[in-house]
Write a protein that binds this ligand. Sequence first.
Ligand SMILES: [Ca+2]
Ligand SMILES: [Ca+2]
Length: 75
Amino acid sequence: MTRYILILAFSSLWMSSSHAQEIDADGDGLLSLREAQTAIPELTEEVFLMADTDGNGLLSQAELLSANERGLLPS
Ligand SMILES: [Ca+2]
Ligand SMILES: [Ca+2]
């Protein structure tokens, strides 16, 4: 269930600034490993790096959704 909570939270992050500071601490619209682990404590760096398909060290919404579709995110 955790991944769905994150997807919901992350989606709302894009739409609602009221949630932005809860996960996206620096407000850049991308999730760093630390920010992602705040939302999913079980998320490992290994999984984060697999999800970060463009290798910029940050997860975009598209990368997060793709990782979810590939089953990378802890459930
Ligand atoms: Ca951020
Ligand atoms: Ca990325």
